[in-house]
Design a protein around this ligand. Structure first.
Ligand code: NOJ
Length: 529
């Protein structure tokens, strides 16, 4: 029997940008609750919301100052309780974001920790003496600006580690009291009925115990992401990360049917270690490899085969095409390929995670320099690293501010310029829209065991076409994707009998003649065999 988190689809909401219910230009929890009917109609199974906890918002909530509270911008704990209940009433699971690598520098734990060297919570964070030359203890770099990840504290005369902003000090998971406090956070939310966690940069939680310098990156050049000047051998994916994964898993296993999804940016052979030696690690180490693979049929096919081959026996795969840290998929592959991308995401073997708005084919928003919010863009402007473009508000209607917030309010980020045309209401009215296509695709995936749990194997294809089969019992489905902007033809295997087109991204189903399946430019097709 498969679990909900295996056959289901996860939908990621960036809460600031989904639905504002109180007219302050920022999305909130009651806004999400209002939109549960939409999510249920879309057909997804679980909703993951990025952090909603109290936070000074230096990194828009990924700097948590109280893990068991709700930031007033997003609502109250009563709003959260209502959301959990309402989600379950809609047959939707709710997944929260757990940020275990760092807290806010305003978290009471850190305030205590930095107050004195002999404070009982000193060791809850990573404090070190200067190197012999008086400088930072290691060459470790902050992920955002590529400057030293060590911040000097003049009062106690030691450095503390921050893998991201200086306002995000890293905690010390080797300290048993910190560990116990963090694990109790999971229990707090599980007890409230939350169905799982997405774990922020889980693979960074353990740092090298010997504090060795990271080796320089020989491929780094001026103009590249400054944090990539070193290879992160000692600051992420260290061998003892398996302990961290197991500590979390043991807590999840105290409850029925919960899921742990790790944010891990690694190639397949490294990524799969996070399932644990006997699958006692994370249920789903996020697989971001499609995001970083060229949008090319041969490259994607190689990736799928490599990932499938790397998976440990019994480990359940997963795929991601977009999130709040990556430019929108429609901007990356082009509007014409957006449906092909959705078709791929929702027909590969494993749990798909769909980023809000991708079901509309949303493009990156245009952010003028004075509108920039993301600290990353502010620190290293102009390198294209800023994440505001993919965080613009969800367009619901063609009204001013698209029904996201009242027309007379300035939303925290601007709506996309095309939101008068590209919005939920107009796409719902248009049978040929991306939204209606996505709904049909999700429906087909839900009712087709071969798609939501069947085996995968590649089918012969060339020349920009990707083809694969999904199989469950007697049911066989073929997926054929033209990943180019030119018309193509795919040759069906000789011994195939009757086939039926179940879905196409084009307006009319293709007519198969003999063994030839003609494909329009940018067309994806699902066939029953
Ligand atoms: C990964 C999150 O997805 C990103 O948005 C955040 O800035 C960093 N982790 C730091 O928490």
């Amino acid at each position: 029997m498969s679990s909900w988190w295996q056959t289901g689809i996860v939908y990621q909401i960036y809460p600031r940008s989904f639905q504002d219910s109180n007219g302050d230009g920022v999305g909130d929890l009651p806004g999400i609750t209002q939109r549960l009917d939409y999510l249920q109609n879309l057909g997804v199974d679980a909703v993951w919301i990025s952090p909603i906890y109290p936070s000074p918002m230096a990194d828009f909530g990924y700097d948590v100052s109280d893990y068991c509270g709700i930031h007033p911008l997003f609502g109250t704990m009563a709003d959260m309780d209502r959301l959990i209940q309402a989600a379950h009433d809609h047959n939707l699971r709710l997944i929260l974001d757990f940020v275990p690598n760092h807290t806010s520098n305003e978290h009471p734990w850190f305030l205590e920790s930095r107050s004195a060297r002999d404070n009982p919570k000193r060791d809850w964070y990573i404090w070190r003496d200067p190197a012999p030359d008086g400088g930072p203890p290691t060459n470790w770099l902050s992920r955002f600006d590529g400057q030293s990840a060590w911040e000097w504290d003049a009062q106690t005369e030691q450095y503390y580690l921050h893998s991201f902003l200086a306002e995000q000090p890293d905690v010390n998971w080797r300290n048993p009291d910190l560990r116990a406090a963090m694990l109790d956070v999971l229990r707090f939310w599980f007890d409230k009925g939350v169905d799982g966690f997405r774990i922020d940069v889980s693979y960074r939680a353990m740092k090298d115990a010997q504090f060795r310098d990271n080796p320089p990156n020989p491929n780094w050049r001026e103009g590249m992401d400054p944090a990539k000047r070193v290879i992160e051998t000692y600051t992420r994916n260290t061998p003892d990360i398996e302990h961290f994964n197991r500590w979390l898993r043991e807590v999840a296993d105290e409850y029925d049917d919960r899921v742990l999804i790790g944010e891990i940016n690694l190639p397949p052979h490294e990524l799969v270690k996070h399932y644990g030696r006997s699958l006692n690690g994370l249920h789903l180490p996020f697989n971001f490899n499609l995001i970083f693979t060229p949008w090319d049929a041969a490259a994607v096919r190689d990736l799928i085969e490599m990932y499938e081959a790397a998976l440990p026996h019994g480990a359940w795969p997963n795929w991601v095409l977009g999130n709040h840290d990556q430019h929108r998929i429609a901007s990356r592959v082009g509007t014409a390929q957006a449906r092909v991308a959705m078709l791929l995401l929702l027909t590969l073997r494993g749990t798909p995670t769909l980023y809000y708005g991708d079901e509309l084919g949303l493009l990156d928003g245009e952010i003028a320099p004075e509108q920039v919010q993301d600290p990353w863009e502010k620190m290293v402007p102009g390198l294209g690293l800023g994440r505001d473009p993919e965080r613009t508000p969800m367009p619901w209607t063609s009204a001013v501010n698209a029904g996201f917030c009242p027309p007379n309010i300035i939303p925290w980020l601007p709506l996309n310029a095309d939101s008068v045309i590209v919005n939920v209401a107009s796409q719902q009215d248009d049978p040929d829209s991306m939204l209606r296509f996505t709904q049909k695709l999700i429906q087909l995936r839900r009712e087709t065991a071969a798609l939501n749990q069947g085996r995968y194997h590649s089918l012969p294809a060339r020349d920009g076409v990707l083809a694969f089969a999904r199989q469950h019992g007697a049911q066989t489905i073929w997926v054929v994707l033209n990943m180019t902007g030119e018309a193509k033809s795919w040759t069906l295997p000789d011994d195939v009998g009757e086939t039926a087109v179940l879905l196409t991204t084009a307006s009319n189903p293709p007519i198969i003649t003999g063994n030839a399946l003609p494909l329009h430019p940018n067309e994806g097709v699902i066939l029953a065999v």
